[in-house]
Design a protein around this ligand. Structure first.
Ligand SMILES: [Zn+2]
Length: 288
């Protein structure tokens, strides 16, 4: 039996002669779903897309996963916040295209396809929830900053991280967006972490101070420089100040000196403390 959802993805593929699986193909699939469902304003209703394309959604506790697609049913982890569930649902809708494409992939390319398809589904999900022609005018009007990202996330019903990443895609201005968490470098000697014996006292007394480090980052397409994963921000930086304040959700903005591995000089930066999966994290936006 061919589930109905596959036939939606298959009819999209029929319109793509000589398609190559790519980020663009998945983004085009998102646009096809929006157009065929008649969605022309934000927030786009995933319920409507599912109904139009004969997909079902079930929410249940999924301890190891945000969600998955089984036949024509999308399972979503009921424990996740609503904005995360929405992105997961959009991602799993994109997985219907993966199922339609998979048999077409030659055996020697399948491993690479499996690796790449998650990234493509993420891009397609972002396009589905924040499509270019509806989303970019909002970014142009409000500019790229942490306050505007909160407003736009409210409009799109998406998480702050997903929203800011998509705002960077607009390429309106050169920015780097980073998530920072306190921690150590992988090979750093940290007695409590390594379960190492110490000469006297508690092993925690021997731990070096943890630093606020780059967990992940994203940049506007026009930005050529990079952050280095795990590099640390200085204790003088705004990122550290908001981290130490312990005040969640308050944006601090200012010109400051950055002395990172690839970025040195004075820049306008913004920082805000948030919690991500119960861990205190700093969102840092660097305007280059
Ligand atoms: Zn996936």
């Amino acid at each position: 039996m061919t589930p109905n959802n596959i036939s939606s993805a298959a009819s999209f593929l029929d319109q793509q002669p000589d398609f190559k699986p790519s980020d663009i193909l998945f983004r085009n699939f998102a646009r096809y779903l929006l157009e065929s469902t008649g969605i022309s304003q934000l927030p786009g209703s995933l319920d409507l897309i599912r109904k139009r394309h004969n997909l079902n959604r079930h929410d249940r506790t999924l301890p190891q996963s945000r969600g998955f697609l089984l036949g024509d049913t999308i399972f979503i982890n009921s424990e996740d916040p609503d904005s995360v569930k929405r992105f997961t649902e959009a991602h799993e809708i994109m997985e219907t295209l993966v199922i339609a494409i998979r048999p077409e992939i030659p055996a020697h390319s399948r491993l690479k396809f499996e690796r790449d398809k998650e990234k493509w589904c993420e891009g397609g999900a972002a396009e589905l929830l924040m499509p270019d022609e509806l989303f970019f005018p909002l970014v142009k009007k409000q500019g790229i900053n942490l306050d505007s990202s909160r407003q736009i996330a409210g409009v799109c019903q998406t998480s702050l991280t997903a929203t800011i990443r998509r705002m960077l895609d607009s390429n309106l201005s050169p920015c780097i967006f980073a998530l920072l968490q306190e921690g150590y470098k992988k090979h750093q000697i940290v007695p409590t972490r390594n379960g190492q014996g110490v000469l006297w006292g508690n092993s925690s007394d021997w731990d070096p101070p943890a630093e606020l480090r780059v967990l992940r980052y994203w940049k506007s397409p026009q930005v050529k420089t990079i952050l280095i994963k795990n590099e640390s921000f200085s204790h003088d930086n705004l990122a550290y100040q908001v981290f130490q304040s312990g005040i969640i959700g308050k944006v601090k903005t200012g010109q400051e000196i950055l002395e990172l591995e690839k970025i040195q000089g004075t820049y306008l930066t913004e920082a805000m403390l948030v919690t991500i999966e119960n861990t205190a994290s700093v969102m840092s936006l660097i305007h280059l």
